[in-house]
Design a protein around this ligand. Structure first.
Ligand SMILES: Cc1cc2nc3c(=O)[nH]c(=O)nc-3n(C[C@H](O)[C@H](O)[C@H](O)COP(=O)(O)O)c2cc1C
Length: 361
């Protein structure tokens, strides 16, 4: 058995590539295209209502018989903190004034919800072949229900200690997520994710240490946007790769035109880790909100509540064609991505990586 076949044989897929679940840009179309090409497509559910998950999984099951991954966040919802929320609103009030928004109007923000009984029932109903989590694992009773469906369970580790914890608590494969990764860091063992930022490990150093720490297959994630990154991940001992930012260039991704433009022009140093959009550290292309309010702000309410007050700013600015208040999530290698249909990208990435590996041999 080759290193790559350790994960493909477990997940019953052809190509050792997972589409990273990306809450927001991820669509059923993107998921279907990657699964149909032989990789593992993912449906990110963190920002979807139960009804929307049911609709999207229905579409996916209708349009592909291939295995899919369904992804959830499993953070603990924070205690309400009205004083902190008010302080955050005050910090953002100059922007409300600039955009002509009423700061006292009720806000209907898109929430990030943790995995719960209602979403677990959908997993039981649709029985996706793979279920992945971010920020650890759900409580044991919920996890036992997921495992009883026969799904493979994956979660992200940002250290070898997190990888060992996930393996000991039932993960069938570990996603080693390095510092370069776009979006939220999946860190969950350290009490304070902001404090843990300074010590976060890059993919090149993390993957071999996670491979040495666990017996289950390891999936490398973070900064892998072309075939060279994939070949490197296999050399480090990964059994598969999880690619996110590269797929944001695809027509199937739901990405604002301004975000797409920023991705096309993203230099290696265009991104930073910020907490101003959600309250937890996540990597995105530096834009006005990150520059002026962050990138790290001690005023930001706990995850996911920081997103509430910036929601109306984002919606109003986007309607006027601006992404000044939009999280432009992207990894450090986002600029290496090429715009092409997701199925073609999946096949090309793996074919080109195999060619690189052949040339090295
Ligand atoms: C736009 C965006 C949204 C993301 N949302 C999620 C998510 O909902 N769930 C999750 O497990 N990971 C999420 N991630 C992290 C990815 O799973 C993965 O770790 C990351 O994309 C890998 O780094 P790369 O972007 O450099 O390829 C997101 C990443 C991006 C870029």
């Amino acid at each position: 058995m080759t290193i790559a076949s350790r994960f493909t044989s477990l997940a019953h897929i052809e190509l050792p590539l997972l589409l990273a679940p990306m809450a927001g840009p991820g669509t059923p179309e993107l998921c279907i295209a990657v699964s149909e090409a032989g990789g593992l497509g993912s449906l990110p559910c963190a920002m979807l209502s139960a009804a929307a998950i049911e609709r999207d999984l229905g579409i996916i099951r209708q349009r592909t018989p291939r295995p899919v991954n369904v992804n959830f966040f499993c953070h603990r919802a924070p205690e309400p903190d009205a004083a902190r929320d008010a302080q955050w609103k005050a910090r953002l009030s100059p922007y409300y004034a600039e955009l002509g928004l009423d700061p006292d109007a009720p806000i209907h923000a898109a929430e990030r919800r943790p995995f719960d009984d209602a979403t677990c029932r959908l997993v039981e109903h649709f029985a996706p072949e793979v279920v992945s989590f971010h920020f650890g694992l759900p409580e044991p009773a919920l996890l036992a229900r997921v495992k009883a469906t026969g799904a493979l369970v994956l979660s992200s580790a940002t250290t070898a200690a997190e990888a060992r914890w996930l393996e000991a608590n039932g993960c069938d494969a570990i996603i080693a997520q390095g510092f370069e990764a776009g979006g939220h860091r999946g860190m969950f063992l350290d009490g304070d994710p902001i404090a843990a930022l300074a010590t976060q490990v890059g993919t090149l150093a993390l993957v071999p240490q996670v491979v040495d720490a666990v017996k289950v297959p390891v999936i490398a994630a973070g900064g892998i946007s072309d075939a060279r990154g994939i070949a490197a991940a296999f050399a480090l001992g990964a059994s598969a790769v999880q690619v996110g930012s590269a797929y944001l260039h695809c027509p199937e991704a739901k990405v604002h035109a301004g975000h797409r433009e920023a991705l096309r022009n993203a230099a290696a140093d265009a991104t930073a880790v910020t907490n101003v959009y959600s309250g937890r550290p996540a990597r995105g292309i530096v834009n006005r909100m990150m520059r002026e309010v962050g990138p790290i702000s001690s005023d930001a309410p706990a995850f996911p509540n920081a997103a509430t007050a910036s929601g109306p700013l984002r919606a109003t600015a986007e309607a006027a064609g601006s992404v000044d208040f939009t999280p432009l999530w992207a990894g450090q290698a986002a600029g290496l991505g090429r715009a092409m249909p997701a199925g073609e990208l999946t096949r090309t990435l793996i074919e080109d990586a195999r060619e690189i590996i052949r040339q090295l041999a």
